[in-house]
Design a binder for this molecule. Sequence first.
Ligand code: SAM
Length: 280
Amino acid sequence: MLSYRHSFHAGNHADVLKHSVQSLIIESLKEKEKPFFYLDTHSGAGRYQLRSEHAERTGEYQEGIGLLWQRNDLPEELAAYMSVVHNFNRSGTLRYYPGSPLIARQLLRPQDKIYLSELHPSDFPLLRSEFQKDERAKVQRANGYQQLKSQLPPPSRRGLILIDPPYEIKTDYQEVVKGIQEGYKRFATGSYALWYPVVIRQQIKRMLKELEATGIRRILQIELAVKPDSDQRGMTASGMIVINPPWKLEQQMHTVLPWLHNALVPSGIGHYLVNWVVPE
Ligand code: SAM
C-alpha cells in the first residue's frame, strides 16, 4: 500500500523541524574535508509545488514554512536550511518547497555522495529526473529499509542516514527500529536521523522503549509539538531521533526549538524538548 503522498504535507511544521535537524547535521559533517555519504531511505519526490492542488487542499505549508521564510530574525542555526528554501523561491513568492533530497543536493559538496531510495510509482520518476545530472547521486526505486543493509557501511565511513517513512502502516513503528539495528550493525559510527509523528503518544513511547532495548547508545530525541497530545485523529507533534548526533546538535536545538515554537505557535500551546533517550 503506497497511498501516502508527501505533496499534501510538504513544508508543514514537521518538515520544518526535520529539515532544520537534517541541515544542521550536514553542516557539521562538512566541518571536515573528508567526504561523507548521505542516505535518504524514504526520499519522496524531491520538489513540491506549493501552489498545487495537493498542497493548497491542506494548506499545511502556510502554518509551517509559510510563517518562517521571510522572517529576518532567524537564528543563524537555520541559515543553511533557509538558504535552500530561498534558492527555490528567488522570485520572492513562496512557490516551491525542497524536500530532504534537494536540501542535501544543495548543501553537500562535490566530494560527497548521495544515495536516495523511493518506492512510489509517481514520486520516483520525479525524484530521478531531479538528479539526472548529478554525478554524486544514485537514485533507486527500492525499499528504504533494505538500503540500511545493502548500502552500509559507506566507503567513506562517514555519513548521515535519514529515515523518514510515512507510517501509513502501523508496522513502520517496528520496522524503523529493526532497520536502525541492521544499519548500526554495519555502520556504528554513522549518524542516523529518524523522523516520527505524534498521533498516538503510546506508539512513540513503545518505539523509544524498543530503541533503548537495542543497546545502542547516544540516542537524542528532539520534538516540537504544535498542540497538546490528543486522543483525536491527527498529528499534534513530530520529532527526530538522532543516533550519534554531532556534538553541537543538542546545544543548537536549545536555541532553535524555542525560536521555532514561538514562530510556529505564537499562542504558546504545545511544547518542545531535547532529551537523551540513551546517553553516551
Ligand atoms: N524524506 C522526504 C522529505 O523530507 O522531503 C519525505 C518522504 S515522505 C514522508 C515518505 C516517502 O516514503 C513517500 O514518498 C513514500 O512513497 C515513500 N515510501 C513508503 N514506503 C517506502 C519504502 N518501504 N521504501 C522507500 N520509500 C517508501
